[in-house]
Design a protein around this ligand. Structure first.
Ligand code: FES
Length: 141
């Protein structure tokens, strides 16, 4: 049911923890399953130089957040904005259909942390205008 990559990231999640002087912190939750994801970003000159996460959630959410941090580390804000939940799931060699919403949580955690960064620093991030972190993750497919 789960790919080897999902299992591997579940057992050895990358970038777990928090960043004390983070430039952006995002927290999202899925109201149906109750899972919560928190993402910390360190940003210098538009580059995500460090990222950490904490996920109180299912195995797929842990694997998704682990993979998401790997995908955005060292990337520009713009590149991070382009990481969709589908890209996260694809990088994990797929997720079972009923677990796709777990990867949505990872995408939303990144965007929510970027939104926090943009608010704190008064910078505009293209594509965040309509982002609503409270939107129900199950409605995305
Ligand atoms: Fe809730 Fe996976 S079951 S995020």
């Amino acid at each position: 049911m789960y790919s080897e990559k999902v299992m591997e990231h579940f057992h050895n999640p990358r970038n777990v923890g928090e960043i004390e002087d983070a430039d952006g912190i995002g927290e999202v939750g899925n109201p149906r399953c109750g899972d919560i994801m928190k993402m910390y970003l360190k940003i210098e000159d538009d580059i995500i130089v460090d990222v950490k996460f904490k996920t109180f959630g299912c195995g797929s959410a842990i694997a998704s957040s682990s993979m998401a941090t790997e995908l955005i580390k060292g990337k520009t804000i713009e590149e991070a904005m382009n990481i969709t939940n589908k890209a996260v799931a694809k990088a994990l060699d797929g997720l079972p259909p009923i677990k796709m919403h777990c990867s949505v949580l990872a995408e939303q955690a990144i965007k929510s942390a970027l939104l926090d960064y943009s608010k704190k620093n008064g910078v505009h991030i293209e594509g965040l205008e309509n982002f609503d972190p409270t939107e129900d993750a199950h409605d995305h497919h």
